[in-house]
Design a binder for this molecule. Sequence first.
Ligand SMILES: Cc1cc2nc3c(=O)[nH]c(=O)nc-3n(C[C@H](O)[C@H](O)[C@H](O)COP(=O)(O)O)c2cc1C
Length: 186
Amino acid sequence: MRKDFGIQTWLYPMPVLIIGTWNEDGTANAMNAAWGGIYDTNKISVCIDPGHKTAANLLRNEAFTVCIGEASLVTACDYLGIVSGNDTPDKLARAGVHAENSPFVHAPRLSEFGMILECRLVSFDEKTGCTVGDIVNISADQRVLDEEGKISPEKLAPICFDPVHHTYLKLGEAAGKAFSDGKKLQ
Ligand SMILES: Cc1cc2nc3c(=O)[nH]c(=O)nc-3n(C[C@H](O)[C@H](O)[C@H](O)COP(=O)(O)O)c2cc1C
């Protein structure tokens, strides 16, 4: 037996992408986006409502950052998704998040986040908000690195958005080895 749910905007997993941009006055803004993912090679695509402060900022700066939402910052991540920089210009400060400029693009690195994609704007569709960026650098804080200097999913503890229950899920342990486990059936 299968149950039909009809048309839904559901997918597992949906990411928690925190999109960072500079405001006109030099302060930083950030918003939560779950409608996004890797697009082509070295590119990311995110749906950003054209009315969001983030849309105006990334168009002006032609750049944005993407911090990976993490369990230790879940309250701040959610806050950044329910309050707009259009009404609350100091929303980032209220979230307790600090910013410094990326050395690669004119967009803020949000200091508290472990993993950040730094992106140059490639295109923004004014109708749909479909935003594409070139990933020009990925940076990670020492605290999320393993002994080999790689990003550790255990230390980062990334979260996903659960569109069915409106909760945030913490990513768990490895379930298998990619490009490898399937070979058993070859
Ligand atoms: C879990 C979650 C996911 C969201 N995903 C998106 C998204 O993918 N695209 C979007 O435009 N807004 C999304 N939002 C809403 C924005 O984050 C929200 O409207 C925010 O206030 C916009 O901020 P800004 O105006 O400062 O840019 C999401 C909010 C939450 C809580």
